[in-house]
Design a protein around this ligand. Structure first.
Ligand SMILES: [Zn+2]
Length: 323
């Protein structure tokens, strides 16, 4: 298929986005606009200067930029506008359902009230159904480089808001640096979240080994695995993922940009799909990794030579895997 034909074919498939960090949708021009509005100093002279810094050399270079970007988020309006801008782009890409991750610790750690974060993000999401035809929910995610005590404290801070946001806040997730922060570190807080009736997801098997995927399922009770591309290293785990149809929310351009794969042509997404795993395509942190969901589908389809049937399957998987 020609590129334009491929893009419009994929755009026309009803899709769910299940692995998207809302703070990772802050575009450079938005960072500058919010910084100016909130009088937050930035270590970059211009939008161009900031964009040039998107050539990451390693994970830390990304995280430095990511936290500098998130610091401009101060008010409910900022969180609302960031979320709405994402939802508009998702709608244009043919997304009909979005389950959005957010990291409250990135904001409460800077003194932003939990309520401000919820009100802005949920406010935009509630407008998405009537305004853009996108349904969705929120995944409150714990930062795994922080302690389990910190995660418990964050949960306690958020629980008083549960009733007010019951229509959108359905799930709990686990993200940030995987190495050195195994699933078992969060076993107790995830057990508590399960008792509270939340749906559970966790990042595993991106940089970490296949055993983290197994532990995310067994110790955390994760119902979906975010990334999970290293599951292939364990044949018994692969068989289990296939039999139980555990969805993997794979993010090809993120894997490329953070050097999980050296070239998109080497990505194992097609092999996972051909082994009957419930693979989905998502954008992770699209403002930083060079593309929203349609770009991820198109780049992957071209690099791996995915057939029309496989693209239909990927989109259908995403719809089947939504909560
Ligand atoms: Zn992620």
């Amino acid at each position: 298929m020609e590129l334009q034909e491929l893009r419009s074919f994929i755009r026309g498939l009803p899709k769910a986005e299940l692995h998207l960090h809302i703070e990772g949708t802050l575009e450079a021009d938005m960072i500058f606009a919010f910084a100016q509005r909130n009088q937050v100093p930035l270590p970059y002279a211009s939008i161009e200067d900031l964009k040039n810094a998107y050539q990451f050399t390693d994970l830390q270079s990304f995280l430095d930029l990511y936290y500098a970007g998130a610091a401009v988020l101060q008010t409910e309006q900022d969180f609302y506008e960031m979320t709405w801008a994402y939802l508009e782009k998702a709608a244009a890409d043919g997304v009909v359902h979005a389950e959005i991750m957010f990291d409250p610790q990135t904001h409460t750690g800077r003194g932003i009230p939990m309520e401000t974060v919820f009100a802005g993000i949920a406010g935009a999401l509630r407008q998405a159904k009537p305004g853009l035809g996108i349904s969705g929910s929120l995944i409150l995610s714990f930062l795994r480089h922080l302690s389990e005590e910190n995660a418990f404290a964050t949960l306690e801070q958020a629980l008083p808001l549960r009733e007010a946001y019951r229509d959108v806040w359905l799930s709990i997730g686990l993200d940030s640096s995987e190495k050195g922060n195994p699933p078992e570190k969060f076993e107790r807080v995830f057990r508590r979240c399960k008792e509270l009736g939340f749906r559970l997801v966790a990042h595993a098997g991106e940089e970490g080994p296949a055993s983290y995927v197994r532990d995310a399922l067994d110790l955390l009770g994760a119902e979906r695995i975010d990334h999970g591309v290293r599951s292939e290293e364990d044949p018994a785990l692969m068989q289990r993922l296939q039999q139980e149809q555990v969805p993997l929310t794979v993010c090809p351009l993120s894997n490329l940009k953070l050097c999980v794969v050296g070239d998109l042509k080497e990505h194992n997404l097609k092999r996972l799909l051909e082994q009957g795993i419930c693979v989905t395509i998502n954008s992770d942190e699209p403002a930083y990794f060079g593309g929203y969901i349609l770009d991820n589908y198109v780049a992957t389809a071209q690099a791996l030579g995915l057939s029309k049937e496989q693209l239909v399957q990927l989109a259908a998987n995403s719809m089947a895997a939504r909560f």
